[in-house]
Design a protein around this ligand. Structure first.
Ligand code: ATP
Length: 460
């Protein structure tokens, strides 16, 4: 099969179109003209996303003795955001074009147009943009001042006098329950708490499809270690495990790279921060992050809450505030990465091109599709239904009797189904079905009674 080369920016358009056409991702509230560059996950997208989250939980929580899980609230005590620094410092700089009213994130505009990094320096950003940059939308050079904007969504709660915020990251809920977890579960440092959940950021510009949205999901870990521990090897292991997870979702090693934040740009409490970047259709951008946050979070929450959060090391009798390594993962960016890594166009005959999503089977929304060869032969339909009913209790399957088998293969290729099973007249005589593999397009015969185990083995 010849791979057709698809230009990167063309690839993004094709992925967005396929997502809509095949029910992976829809623009939110489309019947009302769309809303805020937000998206809904359609039936196959929801499966894909859930499979990614399940795989993560299995790898990072169930699969490890040193990890436990948590599911904290989205609306948390407002004091928490004061303690964490989000209320005072979770700001991005924005700037508006006075002519066309287009709004930009000032630091991004500068780095994209001039390739320099002025993050955090408001006056310099205003000066640089007014002197050197034309509005990419209308071409005029007439700007407002750059100004900071807090990215937390504010809301109200009955009985609470002050504003309440939608959490901008899931981590806060972990820190405030650190003591509860230590007191209720038999965890010993080093150990971690993992959590999956929604986070909300009032991004100045939501863009690049589901890469940057205002409501998204994170999978975060706070890994608590002794302040005296040799942390570098642990940090490196976390990075390797994060990259391994990306590869399990289909990323090619050459599409992953690390970006270490320069020392002078680190927060005062961080010893090291590394982003794991993926080569998205729009270029390398942050997929995951890993930060050494010292004891900043626990000590801030201890200070602001007045509750002692020290950990008692039973073996040494010493009390201390653990330090923390924070591996963090964006679910929506994982979905986009999985789609980008899986997307392929292949020439399968003279002028005949198939679009295929080559997902690793573990994350494919549908694992098996079952077809009767002919729709109008009740004995074939009945047998195919029987096989489908037997599989679907344990394996995510789809039944399809519409159109010719070639078309049905193409439909399943486009949603990334690893195997298609066809029931034909031979099946009724020999008890064998034809199984066609998505990637090889090869067919093989499998006995009906062995089919379920055969599939399970292939997709595990
Ligand atoms: P960026 O620099 O791209 O804004 P960040 O460094 O602010 O990201 P973190 O605060 O480290 O991101 O958040 C952890 C993870 O959450 C990121 O690695 C990313 O996968 C995801 N994430 C952050 N912001 C968004 C967003 N607006 N939309 C989708 N995912 C996001």
């Amino acid at each position: 099969m010849a791979k057709k080369s698809v230009e990167k920016n063309e690839q993004m358009e094709k992925i967005v179109a396929l997502c809509k056409r095949k029910g992976f991702v829809f623009p939110a509230c489309e019947i009302y003209g769309g809303f805020a560059n937000a998206y809904s996950y359609g039936p196959y997208g929801a499966e894909l996303k859930n499979n990614i989250k399940r795989l993560w939980w299995k790898k990072f929580v169930d699969g490890r003795e040193d990890m436990v899980g948590l599911d904290g609230p989205i609306l948390l005590h407002p004091k928490l955001w004061e303690a964490s620094g989000h209320l005072g410092g979770f700001n991005d700089a924005m700037i508006d074009c006075k002519n066309c009213k287009m709004r930009y994130r000032a630091d991004n505009l500068i780095s994209e147009v001039l390739g320099i990094d002025l993050e955090g320096k408001l006056d310099e950003m205003t000066k640089t943009i007014s002197e050197k940059i034309k509005c990419p939308n209308c071409g005029k050079q007439d700007w407002t001042e750059a100004r900071f904007f807090n990215m937390m969504f504010k809301t109200e709660m009955n009985g609470i006098d002050e504003p309440v915020y939608l959490r901008p990251e899931t981590a806060g809920a972990i820190f405030v329950d650190f003591k509860n977890v230590v007191d209720s579960c038999r965890v010993k440092v080093p150990f971690g708490i993992g959590q999956i959940g929604k986070a909300f950021r009032n991004e100045i510009v939501a863009r690049n499809f589901i890469f940057r949205v205002r409501e998204f999901e994170q999978m975060e870990i706070e890994y608590f270690i002794s302040p005296e521990a040799e942390w570098e090897p642990m940090f490196d292991r976390w990075l390797e495990t994060q990259e391994e997870f990306a590869r399990e979702l289909g990323a090619k090693p050459e599409d992953l790279k690390r970006y270490e934040h320069p020392k002078e740009k680190l927060s005062h409490y961080s010893r090291k921060t590394v982003d794991i970047e993926y080569n998205f259709p729009f270029g390398f951008s942050e997929l995951f992050g890993l930060a050494h946050r010292g004891d900043f979070d626990l000590s801030q929450h201890q200070k602001f809450s007045g509750t002692n959060l020290e950990y008692l090391d039973q073996a040494s009798g010493k009390k201390y505030l653990p330090h923390v390594l924070e591996p963090t993962f964006g679910v929506d960016r994982c979905v986009l990465m999985a789609l980008s890594a899986a997307y392929a166009e292949e020439e399968v005959g003279e002028g005949d091109v198939r679009t295929v999503l080559k997902f690793p089977p573990a994350i494919a929304p549908i694992k098996v599709a079952v077809f009767p060869l002919l729709k109008n032969k009740p004995e074939l339909v009945a047998k195919a239904r029987e096989i489908f009913d037997d599989l679907r209790g344990e394996i995510k399957c789809e039944f399809d009797d519409n159109g010719n088998v070639g078309k049905r293969y193409r439909r399943q290729d486009e949603i990334g189904t690893p195997y298609c099973v066809t029931v034909d007249f031979d099946t009724l005589e020999t008890g064998e079905v034809t199984v066609r593999g998505r990637d090889t397009m090869q067919q093989e015969k499998v006995k009906v009674e062995e089919l379920k185990n055969w599939v399970k083995e292939k997709i595990s």
